[in-house]
Design a protein around this ligand. Structure first.
Ligand code: NAP
Ligand code: NAG
Ligand code: NAG
Ligand code: NAG
Length: 326
């Protein structure tokens, strides 16, 4: 089993972890609490062979959590790497995602295909990737509720331990809470240093999500897909490297530590072994309150590297539409 370190115990002490020991955060599963390792590996934009290599290297270092999706088209590579580890199924955590805007039958078929591609009997977490189809079609409450209900039914058959959403703003979360019969475990949204001052109408409405018991899970924790130079700011920028120099840590480690020290899981992506190792070594130091505040006060880089830290939500890109399932 994953070793459980309660928030207070690992956040309060600079505790060295041994390989395979991964601090976790609890999420609300279908049948009770599920432990999610606070540090995982992202795989967006990796093809199957790169994903296979990255997962193999990361899991060799002690990672026990990987984030993938149907849309990434790399689940077969992720699955091959997991299979090669020979780890028992309950010793690692896998998140997958199905597209938004799917009909009930497409929800079931797409989710089943994820398991087949991964070669796994179940995933730990299955997310609905977006509050509508990618192009904004099949948007609105009716479609969101239909997909959620279908995902619940699928998960209840033992195929996911927990289910959740991604890119949802508060009003879209409310559509799901209105009809949910199992917990919405997670909302995965972009969040990193530079976004803590973003607006309440954005997906960064963290307090609201958390008040509903939904774990706020940051993606792009290093602003990887942000436009240059924002994509380097959380790695080589002055704020994070100045703080890092106090602890002999890199800027990237400080950026990730800021998340996990708040109990928010981080899923940085890397295919570089030295970076994978760095990103994993964030549980043996602790930022001071003052350093945490300075990182939280930062308004750059904003989401997507854009100019305005408040324009970071997806509420606006999915206006209600009346497009029927075909
Ligand atoms: N739900 C969603 O729609 C959604 C959207 C975006 C992302 N995600 C998830 O979140 C994961 C992470 O986000 P992301 O891939 O967008 O970007 P990210 O993790 O913020 O940044 C990745 C970039 O940072 C570099 N990097 C990583 N660690 C580093 C280090 N220690 N030092 C220097 N450079 C480092 C990587 O390059 P190297 O390979 O050279 O290290 C890569 O170019 C994704 O892979 C995906 O799983 C989900
Ligand atoms: C996967 O991506 C890597 C890196 O971009 C590339 O070198 C490789 O050829 C790709 N493999 C396939 C099968 O497309
Ligand atoms: C999405 O909607 C637009 C117009 O509302 C339509 O032209 C397009 O064909 C739709 N796409 C799909 C995949 O249904
Ligand atoms: C600083 O960190 C690096 C990388 O982990 C390590 O090799 C080096 O020994 C550390 N230096 C000190 C003074 O602790």
């Amino acid at each position: 089993m994953l070793r459980l370190l309660l928030a207070g115990s690992f956040l309060g002490s600079a505790e060295a972890l041994f390989s395979g020991d991964v601090p976790v955060v609890s999420i609300k599963g279908i049948q009770g609490q599920v432990d999610m390792p606070l540090l995982g590996l992202g795989t967006w934009l990796y093809n199957s062979s790169v994903a296979e290599g990255a997962v193999t290297t990361a899991f060799g270092m002690g990672y026990r959590h990987v984030d993938t999706a149907a849309a990434y088209k790399n689940q077969d590579g992720v699955g091959r790497a997991l299979s090669k580890t020979n780890l028992p199924r309950d010793e690692f955590f896998v998140t997958s995602k199905i597209s938004g805007g799917l009909s009930a039958s497409a929800t079931e078929a797409t989710a089943d295909q994820c398991l087949e591609d991964l070669g796994l009997p179940y995933v730990d977490l299955m997310l609905i990737h977006f509050p509508s189809a990618w192009d904004g079609n099949f948007s609105g409450k009716k479609y969101r509720q239909e997909e959620w209900k279908a995902l619940e039914a699928w998960a209840k058959s033992g195929k996911a331990r927990a289910i959740g959403i991604s890119h949802y703003c508060s009003r879209q979360l409310d559509d799901i809470l209105e009809i949910a019969t199992v917990p919405v475990a997670v909302n995965q949204v972009q969040y990193h240093v530079g976004m803590a001052q973003a607006g309440r109408l954005s997906t960064d409405d963290r307090d609201y999500m958390q008040s509903k018991g939904v774990l706020y899970q940051p993606f792009s924790p290093l602003c990887g897909p942000c436009d240059p130079p924002a994509n380097k700011e959380l790695i080589t920028g002055k704020l994070v490297t100045d703080i890092g120099s106090v602890y002999n840590k890199t800027g990237a480690q400080v950026s990730l530590r800021w998340l996990v020290q708040q109990g928010l899981p981080a899923i940085p992506k890397s295919s570089t072994a030295v970076h994978l190792k760095e990103n994993f070594e964030i549980f043996d130091f602790k930022l001071s309150e003052d350093e945490m505040s300075r990182l939280s006060a930062a308004t750059s880089p904003a989401v997507g590297g854009g100019p305005n830290p408040t324009d970071s939500g997806d509420c606006g890109v999915t206006e209600e539409e009346v497009t029927l399932f075909t």
